[in-house]
Write a protein that binds this ligand. Structure first.
Ligand code: HEM
Length: 184
């Protein structure tokens, strides 16, 4: 069964405990988010640029760096606005971002530390600007939801590809994974 981004979003909201108070706080600070987005993009791409493998991916295509900077700024701001109050539009966009990364071959080993860098950089700026802990918590939660989308896309696409190629049932596939993990 392909993943339904809308119900995945609802599940993640509950699991991560993103509350309506968090959403209100994020929206109230949307202008601040827009203001610092460019600095966050700089921090993010400096971090990626310091890793030879990720630097190589970023420079592999003409104009990629420029596009990435723009899309990162947009992505960052959307965490504060929630687009459609963190509804279906938000979930569809996050799912698409996940798929783009899977297509390029960017996996958990790249994305998890990259998201940690974002959280760390925002945390430093929150302190400088005297923002409270509650905003930091709300941002950490929404970052975790966005991260979960990218990670889950990886799992979903990989499983779907194997099932399609082999014609195996999901049950057989799960049993093979469990056996494989057990023998590692
Ligand atoms: C916190 C984790 C990350 C976030 C939030 C993020 C955000 C984004 C967004 C919003 C897009 C645009 C997707 C679209 O076109 O619809 C994108 C694309 C892309 N990202 Fe990431 N990214 C993350 C991690 C990474 C990492 C670790 C790399 C490794 C180099 C990377 C490299 C790329 C590349 C190469 C593209 C496609 C650019 C293009 O050719 O248009 N991203 N990312």
């Amino acid at each position: 069964m392909p993943l339904d981004p809308h119900s995945f979003m609802a599940t993640m909201e509950k699991r991560v405990c993103l509350t309506s108070e968090d959403k209100t706080l994020l929206k109230e600070n949307a202008d601040w988010g827009k203001e610092i987005a460019s600095e966050m993009a700089d921090r993010f791409y400096t971090y990626l640029g310091n890793d030879p493998e990720m630097d190589g991916i970023m420079k592999a295509k003409e104009g990629r760096m420029h596009r990435l900077r723009e899309t990162f700024i947009q992505w960052f701001y959307e965490m504060f606005t929630g687009m459609d109050n963190w509804g279906d539009g938000y979930a569809d966009r996050r799912w698409r971002i996940g798929l783009v990364h899977v297509q390029i071959g960017i996996g958990p080993q790249h994305v998890v530390p990259a998201m940690a860098t974002v959280i760390n950089a925002v945390g430093q700026r929150l302190k400088v600007d005297g923002k409270n802990e509650a905003l930091r918590d709300a941002l950490s939660r929404i970052c975790m939801i966005d991260l979960a989308f990218i990670e889950q896309a990886y799992v979903e696409v990989s499983s779907a590809a194997v099932l399609q190629e082999t014609g195996w049932s999901e049950g057989l596939f799960r049993r093979l994974i469990a056996t494989g993990a057990g023998s590692m």
